[in-house]
Design a protein around this ligand. Sequence first.
Ligand SMILES: [Zn+2]
Ligand SMILES: [Zn+2]
Length: 184
Amino acid sequence: MQISISSIRDRRGASLPFEFSLPPASLKELPGDVRALTDLEVRGEVTNTGESMLVRAEVRGRFLTACSRCLQPAEAVVDAEIRERFRRMDQRRLEEDDPFADAEEDDDVSWFRGDRIDIGEVVREHVALHLPMKPVCREDCRGLCPRCGVNWNTDTCDCTTDDVDPRLAALKAWKPEGSAGEQA
Ligand SMILES: [Zn+2]
Ligand SMILES: [Zn+2]
């Protein structure tokens, strides 16, 4: 995912729009068993701010993953914003000698060489970061029974009623002597 910035390299304040559409097959290194369902759309612009090349972009895609409750397939949507400064590699030395160099902004910083900025790594990071931690197949997914593993969305089991505190179960079984039912 390379952007050639030669046209704005020497023009402070100039911007360059870019757009990428990455088919699922080209999206490697997705976390876990996540699969892309659609092209990943990356759209934005890079601006020469003088000190750096500021990349602002939107990343959108739909992914297939597993529901964190019932383990069935679940869809996850990524809609993330990127804001990243790219600085020229040869400025790195200069900045190490300048205590004020990093004081200007809190944007994330990456480095580039020559006239090409590669945003692949930044995009990958943002996708991984914006995938839901606990995806669900649907908001009211009831999940699996922790005892027998039955899918509570489609099945029922008797575990819930049995699932009482063992101390209470003992109490339930206890009958005071001489209670009804023991008359001879
Ligand atoms: Zn589910
Ligand atoms: Zn059960």
